[in-house]
Design a protein around this ligand. Structure first.
Ligand SMILES: [Mg+2]
Length: 510
């Protein structure tokens, strides 16, 4: 469906924040709860030895859902049997090389392969999975692990333009490929409906989804939700169970919302989820899918996006692209951003500006035309404030290319979190400089976005106000004219300056 810029941002945020929560929790999996305020970082390690910022099974199982639905979205509808078969084949292939396959999922995959082999087929079908999962449930009576809720988020993006009831039903079917227990199916349905609602409206609301359940089940889930809202993630000691994983994730989001909003709430929620302990990556991944839907891609901190990676050889940009394309429902669009190789700026004039920052000659300020001079100038880190094609990305290491979504516009509704994103971009410049790198900070013409971020950075390093720093930037970039909204961001950074906090930019970032 046609998404407005904020809905687009939120669709793009679902998989990125899911993966960020997953990678954040990976290093703490099966550990005890952590005290309030304890640092939570993408340190990697944990029981399965993940690399720092590497995601785990939660994201690796969510990606095939997104890919299959994206393929079917341009064909015969959303979660068709053909799409489900694509999903289970990708899971089967992933499981042969994965570091961590959940016990229930692993058992169902093995049983499904046996069913396929018995039928003389070399490849599994979705029906093999659902039969194996139903059998697992019938034999054990316990198939309500959290393994279907952790991966379910992308399904919601394929149902933005459909009735929530259809999504609820499809989520149950997707869950039952491995997790047939009604608790698992209902948890996936409620979570997906909340994600759909969040992408469309920006609001977090579970209660709307409850009306789609039979009254008796709705009251069970309402009580579970209310318990979560009176609790902290650490209170849910059995969070390998789908119900407590659901409650842990919702309590993290709810608790974070008591003291934070916007991007700060997204961050606080995922840190709170991890501090809850035990199945940290999964609870944070579940929470991430929903807060990403509510606050968007632009709310995910750069330090989390920077090195995020995992199976199948993907990085943040790939997840952003998948989420956005799934939300649009037009399949893969290889000729438009963000999948296109080149983003065409040929109709723009004056894109070749390139000057050194007045406060730091290790920072170059430029237009998009300056990307061609990266190698010549010895630039080894790039901060991009405009859209680029996949081949326009300069020849620096992927983790040293910071990209920010910020539209040069003062119109409400064009940027979800303009101030946050501009400050994040300035912090990225500062981070690269602290690593000894020479930085190019650029947008299209270096007239609005680049001078704004350059002023925030300059204020921090020169100890002047951002508006004073902007005057210095204007001496080297005479065409610098930040739009009204960006000027307001600079002015507010001045008014919130606290010298004790170490500089205008940092103080403004609170
Ligand atoms: Mg995991």
């Amino acid at each position: 469906m046609k998404l407005n810029p904020l809905q687009n941002d939120r669709a793009a945020g679902v998989l990125v924040a899911l993966a960020a929560g997953d990678a954040l929790g990976a290093g703490y999996e099966f550990g005890p709860p952590l005290p309030d305020g304890a640092d939570v970082i993408m340190k990697g390690g944990g029981p399965f030895g993940f690399a720092p910022a590497e995601w785990t099974d939660d994201t690796s199982m969510a990606v095939p859902i997104a890919q299959a639905l994206l393929t079917s979205a341009s064909g015969d509808g959303s979660s068709s049997p053909a799409a489900l078969t694509m999903v289970v084949r990708a899971w089967t292939s992933w499981a042969t090389e994965a570091k961590d396959v959940g016990a229930q999922t692993s058992s169902v995959i093995a049983a499904a392969r046996r069913l396929a082999a018995a039928a003389g087929r070399s490849k599994v079908h979705a029906a093999d999975f659902s039969a194996a999962a139903a059998d697992f449930h019938a034999r054990t009576g316990r198939s309500a692990g959290n393994g279907s809720l952790m991966r379910t988020a992308p399904l919601a993006l394929a149902y933005l333009d459909r009735e929530p009831g259809e999504l609820m039903a499809a989520a149950g079917v997707m869950s039952a490929l491995t997790h047939a227990d009604p608790d698992a199916q209902e948890a996936c349905g409620l979570w997906c409906v909340a994600i759909r609602n969040a992408v469309l409206t920006g609001r977090l609301d579970f209660r709307a989804g409850l009306t789609l359940l039979p009254a008796e089940r709705a009251s069970v889930w309402l009580e579970r939700i209310e318990t979560a809202e009176r609790s902290r993630p650490r209170d849910f000691t059995r969070n390998g169970w789908v119900v407590e994983a659901f409650q842990g994730a919702w309590s993290a989001i709810h608790y974070a919302g008591l003291s934070a909003s916007g991007p700060a709430r997204l961050r606080a929620a995922l840190e709170e989820a991890v501090r809850g302990g035990r199945d940290t990556d999964t609870v944070a991944a579940i929470a991430g899918g929903l807060v990403g839907a509510a606050y968007g891609y632009t709310a995910v901190p750069f330090e989390w996006r920077r090195r995020l990676h995992g199976w199948p050889c993907m990085r943040t940009r790939d997840l952003m692209t998948l989420g956005m394309e799934l939300g649009r429902g037009e399949g893969r669009r290889s000729t438009s951003w963000p999948r296109a190789g080149r983003h065409d700026y040929s109709m723009w004039s004056r894109t070749d500006a390139l000057v050194q920052h007045p406060h730091d000659d290790g920072v170059w300020l430029g237009g998009v035309g300056s990307l061609g001079r990266v190698a010549e100038l010895g630039i080894d880190a790039v901060v991009s404030l405009c859209r680029l094609g996949t081949l326009d990305v300069p020849a620096v290491a992927a983790e040293d290319h910071a990209t920010f979504w910020v539209v040069d516009s003062h119109v409400v509704g064009d940027n979800a979190h303009a101030g946050f994103v501009l400050r994040e971009a300035a912090a990225a410049v500062e981070r690269f400089r602290s690593e000894g790198k020479t930085v190019l900070l650029h947008c299209v013409r270096a007239e609005s976005r680049t001078p704004t971020v350059a002023a925030l950075y300059g204020a921090s390093v020169a100890g002047v106000s951002p508006l004073e720093a902007l005057e210095d930037v204007r001496r080297v970039l005479p065409n610098a004219r930040p739009n009204r909204l960006f000027m307001q961001v600079l002015a507010e950074a001045v008014t919130t300056t606290d010298p004790a906090a170490g500089g205008a930019t940092r103080a403004g970032a609170q």
